[in-house]
Design a protein. Structure first.
Length: 134
């Protein structure tokens, strides 16, 4: 699973998921991509599940690029703990993905295989996505 090696600030404020992606909204490395149609926080588990689904389908063929990285810490307080007492401990990390952002890229496989691999990956993600070509 993807987590940052070192962070400047342990805990983050939540922020808001408004607008569309400012960068990373075009294919840069491969020939095919999976584009987010909605804004979301993608957890490292979701990214890993989608990556595994794609990798297993292409079976040692092609190359896959993950274009998002979970660098935002999400905190959680223990169950049945009252308000106050400070912010909770870091529970997991998420990648802030705004609509229009390319999440995965792929190259070295035929169009049909790439489309199916991206479809399998999209089923592991909590948002609508779109298959895009270079």
């Amino acid at each position: 699973m993807l987590i940052p090696k070192k962070v400047k600030h342990r805990k983050h404020q939540r922020g808001r998921l408004t607008g569309k992606a400012k960068g990373g909204d075009f294919i840069a490395f491969g020939a095919f991509g999976l584009k987010a149609q909605e804004s979301v926080w993608l957890t490292s588990r979701q990214i890993e599940a989608a990556r595994r689904a794609m990798t297993r389908f292409v079976q040692r063929g092609g190359k896959i690029w993950i274009r998002v990285f979970p660098d935002k810490a999400v905190t959680k307080k223990a169950a049945e703990v009252g308000m106050g007492g400070g912010k909770g401990a870091v529970d997991h990390f998420v990648a802030v993905v705004k609509r229009g952002r390319i999440i995965f890229e792929m190259d070295g496989v035929p169009l049909k295989i790439a489309r199916e691999a991206m479809r399998l990956a999209s089923h592991k993600l909590p948002i609508k996505t779109k298959f895009v070509q270079e």
